[in-house]
Each structure stands twice: as structure tokens, then as C-alpha cells.
Write a protein that binds this ligand. Sequence first.
Ligand code: NAG
Ligand code: NAG
Ligand code: NAG
Ligand code: NAG
Ligand code: NAG
Length: 579
Amino acid sequence: MMLPSKILTWVLLFLLIFPNFFHLSHSKLESYSYLAAKRKRLSEKVRKMFYHAYDNYMMYAFPHDELKPLTKAFTDSLSELGNLKLEHLPQKYKGSALSLIESLSSLVILGNHTEFEKGVFWLSENLTFDVDARINLFECNIRVLGGLVSAHILATDSTNRLVQGTYKNQLLDLAEDLGRRFLPAFDTPTGLPYAWVNLKYGVMENETTETSTSGCGSLILEMGALSRLTGDPRFESAALRALRKLWSMRSSLNLLGTTLDVANGEWIEHSSGIGAGVDSFYEYLIKAHILFGREEFWRMFQSAYVAVQKYFRHGPWYHEADMRTGKATYWQLTSLQAFWPGVQVLVGDIAAANMSHREFYYVWNKYGVLPERYLLDHQMLHPTEKYYPLRPELVESTFYLYQATKDPWYMEVGQSIMESLNLYTKVEGGFASIRDVTTMELEDHQHSFFLSETCKYLYLLFDDSFLVNRNYIFTTEGHPLPVLSSWHERLPEAYIPSNWTYVKSEEQVKQASAMSMRVCPATSLDHGHGQQPGESACHIPDSRADHRCFNDEDCGVDSSNCRRRSCSMAGYCGQWLFM
Ligand SMILES: *[C@@H]1O[C@H](CO)[C@@H](O)[C@H](O)[C@H]1NC(C)=O
Ligand SMILES: *[C@@H]1O[C@H](CO)[C@@H](O)[C@H](O)[C@H]1NC(C)=O
Ligand SMILES: *[C@@H]1O[C@H](CO)[C@@H](O)[C@H](O)[C@H]1NC(C)=O
Ligand SMILES: *[C@@H]1O[C@H](CO)[C@@H](O)[C@H](O)[C@H]1NC(C)=O
Ligand SMILES: CC(=O)N[C@H]1CO[C@H](CO)[C@@H](O)[C@@H]1O
């Protein structure tokens, strides 16, 4: 037994050696509570932003599709989405409450169950898809079908305490009805869907057969979820057949083009990158793997990701290249590309994600918001694409990077993005798009994705309580879908919530947004091969002109098994059995 005086001696001795002990732990505690208070304050500001956008929509535009915040009017834009020349616009279409559908999952994340329920009941009584409207399959899938399927899952999740007893799967019935109206679009010789379908009459006469890679390759999450929920396999099979066909059209470099013909399965535009027309194709391969646990998706993603890193990446930038030769075509930064670091976080390529994200944020700071297109080779804005339509991609990547690293710097990025949005785009009647980032001239349009994504990812950056001990992936429109063992062919242990260690402190990284599925955690790599810490298995250094390797460092690591790849005598990367 120790005498009290002896204890005192030890304490004094301890303080002599560590004079700052109590002070340090105190200030550390203080900085945590300071950080927590700051996050709380910022999340309240985002909440206000959401309601400013939402309440104005409900007041001036609902049940039409989107709000015109400058004139406090509405637009029935579902039939205009993707329709640049505004052809074949319907005469009698009166809107589908698009922005309400897009807001449902955000309302749950904000904890507003009463407003969610009100929306659900309004939709179940008043929404119909039996309308003479030609819609874009891709847009309608990610916004309307995705919004309904996600909201249905949230409404039936008992932990949300929603719509007790009175909810009778009305949202799922609506989603199923919509899914059935999609099916005629897939009736092509190739199985690749038409870009356009009329909700009432199916594919119209003389409909264009041209579509995009993202139009054929970003359907599997929503349509797969719809099949799992309804038991009707047609939705998932149609989306899967289209995806497989699309993948079979890749070049020998594992690259795809941007546009194609659904009748003959031939490429129209051979140049592609990670931006418009392609972006969510990559995103859906990795997310489909996470959601359905199918190896096939992983194999496609892995080859596609390595090809992107090899042929498109140049330092932190991604240019476009010809799918046949891998030769660079356009050197442009586009606002949509800013989603890529978020995908890289899911893969585990944190250093590469951080590097690109910083460049996008640099451009954001330079202009105040992110311009739609910036010409890297001329160091100037694209002359006709100087707009910023309230896009979410940069804040989405910021959210993923914060979740993965807990580096408070990303919160500062989020705060600065939020302040720019309030400064430049907030008007009395909502939030307006920016027509020209050099003049900050506004445009009379509040896109529905401002409610489903921009506000949601900003909020989740500051308050992620929705994600604690739950594993969700977010669709490309920001609608959460849960990772369920019953949907999985084979559930990796990392997915099983009962296996998760509960979060004990701010410091501990939470398992959220499927980020437990980082394919090949950076820590499993040995460093000292010219790679930065956080560089994942999938990272491939910038390519040389002929895409041949000179040494092992050119080849990165095979992300399917985390083994380092080596460069053969002939100059090709691979894993050789004798290694
Ligand atoms: C839910 O949203 C409605 C409409 O904006 C608002 O009136 C109400 O105060 C909100 N409730 C909560 C709990 O935030
Ligand atoms: C359906 O719309 C009508 C007309 O706007 C409205 O009076 C009714 O309350 C709506 N139904 C629900 C459940 O909100
Ligand atoms: C479809 O194309 C044919 C041949 O060009 C034409 O005769 C017909 O009027 C077109 N139909 C519609 C609805 O435009
Ligand atoms: C991101 O990059 C910055 C600057 O290059 C660096 O200081 C920081 O540690 C990086 N963070 C991560 C998580 O890699
Ligand atoms: C590592 C670990 O705890 N694994 C467990 C994860 O959960 C499954 C099913 O609940 C168990 O069988 C594993 O042992």
C-alpha cells in the first residue's frame, strides 16, 4: 500500500517532468468543445439556408417542379431537364412537385418528420405519372425515382419514427408505377435505353437514338433498389443489361466515350473524361458494388478507375482523352468533375482526393464560386460557360474528405462555401443560380439539387448525426440508400453494424457513408516508394506519353489485392507470379 505522502511525491515528480499535463488536456478539451460549438452553429446556418430555399419553393412554386426565386414564380422543368433545345415540350404538363420529392430525404436528415409526413401524404394523394410528358430517363431516374425510393426506405425505417401506422407504401407504389413507365425505353436491339421516354405513351416516334454514357450507366442503384423492394426483377435486369452492354463497348484501354447510339451500340463521341456525360457512370460502379456486394461491379470499377488515373489525370487535374488512343483531347476543368475526390475517398485514395479537392477549392476561391468550365490550357474561363447553377459537387467532396480524415480544415472550406452561397446567391425568394461568375449576375432558377444535395452535404459536413452507426451510400442526386445485408450477395464484415466499434470521441473516425469499405486502406501500404501517405492501392501516377512504364513506381498497386505491381522488361505493368 502506498502512503499518501508517497503519492504526493509521485504527483509532484510527474508534474516536474510533464509541467503542461493538466494545461494541455484542458486546452484540448476546450478545443473539442469549441469545435463542437462551431459545428453546431454552422449546421444551424445551413438549416436556415435549406428552409429559405424550401419554404419559398412551397410558397411560390409547389406543386410545380422548381422555383424561380427572382420573380417568385415556378417552372415545370422536369420535362426540360437535359433538353437543351427545349424540343417536344408537353402542352398540358403541370409539374410533378419535383423539388418536394427531392427535399424528402433532406427533411428526414434535418429531423423534420412532420413536414416529411405532410409531403408524403400530399404526394400519395396527388402525384400521378400518367402525364403526356417526354422526360429524360437519366434525370427522372436520379431525381424522381431515387427521391421516392429513398424516402420510402426512410419512411419505413422504424428508427426514424415516421408516419406511424398510417404509411401504406404509397411512395413505393409511385416509384413502381414510374419504373414501369421507364421500361419501354430499354426496348432497343442493344438493351441500351433511349435517353427520352414519354411517361404516358412510351418512346415517341422518330425519337433520337443518341444518348450518353452516364445516361446508360447510372441507373443501377435506383432501379436495383426498386426491384429489391418490390420483388419485380425487371427494373434491375434492364439496368444491369444496359450497364453490361455499355461496359462491353469499352476500348482496349478500358476507356469509354461520352455519347453513343442505342440502336447500333456504336460510339458517337469518342473523347471522354470524368465530367458531363460520363461522371456518374464511374460513381455507380463503385456504389453498386457497395450496395449490392457484387464482384462484377468491383471488377468493372477497378479497371475503369485505373484507366482514368492513367489516361486522364495530370497532377491534380483531369483532362479528357480519346478512348481509342488515350491521347489528351480537351484540357478543361469542369464544375461537375469536383465529385471525383468524393469517389476517391470511397476507394481510399485520400491523398489524390485531397490534392484535386484543393485545386477545385482554389478555383472556387478565385471566382467566389465554381465556374462551369475553365480552360486549363489557356488559363481562362470558357467564353459561354461562365455560370454556376448552385452545384453541389465541391461540397460533396468536402463532406467525404472530412468524414474520412476529420481534418478541421475541410470544415473551414465548408464554411467558406456556405458564406459565398449566402453572399452571392441568396435572394428574398430563395437561392438563385449565377449566370456569370465574373459579374455575379443572377439567373431566375433554383435547381432541385440545391435542396437534395448542396444543402444536404453542407449540413452533413457540420452535423452527421444521421450517419452515426448507420451505413448509407448516397445516390448521385444525394438520396441515401442503406447498405443492407439482405441486398448483398456477400456482405463484407466491415458492413455489419453489430461489428462496429461505437464512437467514443470526436477523434475516432466514424464509419459512415460506406466509407468503411475503403477498398485498400492507405495504411496497408508501405511507403517510401515515392507515394504520399494516404495514397491508395488504386493510385496510378501520371502516365507517360506512350503509357509504358519504366520502373515499378510507374505501376502503382493492384487494388483488388493490395499487391504492388511491377514493370516488366517490355514496359508493361502487371503482377508477375515470380514476385
Ligand atoms: C418543418 O418544416 C416546416 C416548413 O418549413 C416548418 O414550419 C417547421 O417549423 C419545421 N419543423 C421543424 C421541427 O424544424
Ligand atoms: C391534394 O391536393 C389538393 C389540391 O391541392 C389538396 O386540397 C389536398 O389536400 C391534397 N392532398 C393531401 C393529402 O395533401
Ligand atoms: C417520322 O419520320 C418520318 C420519316 O421521316 C415522317 O414521315 C414522320 O412524319 C415522322 N413522324 C413524326 C411524328 O414526326
Ligand atoms: C492535404 O494536403 C495538404 C496540403 O498539401 C496537407 O497539408 C494535408 O495534410 C493533406 N491532408 C490529407 C488528409 O492528406
Ligand atoms: C470481427 C467480428 O466481430 N466479426 C463478427 C461480425 O459479425 C458477424 C455476424 O454478426 C459475426 O459472425 C462475426 O464474428
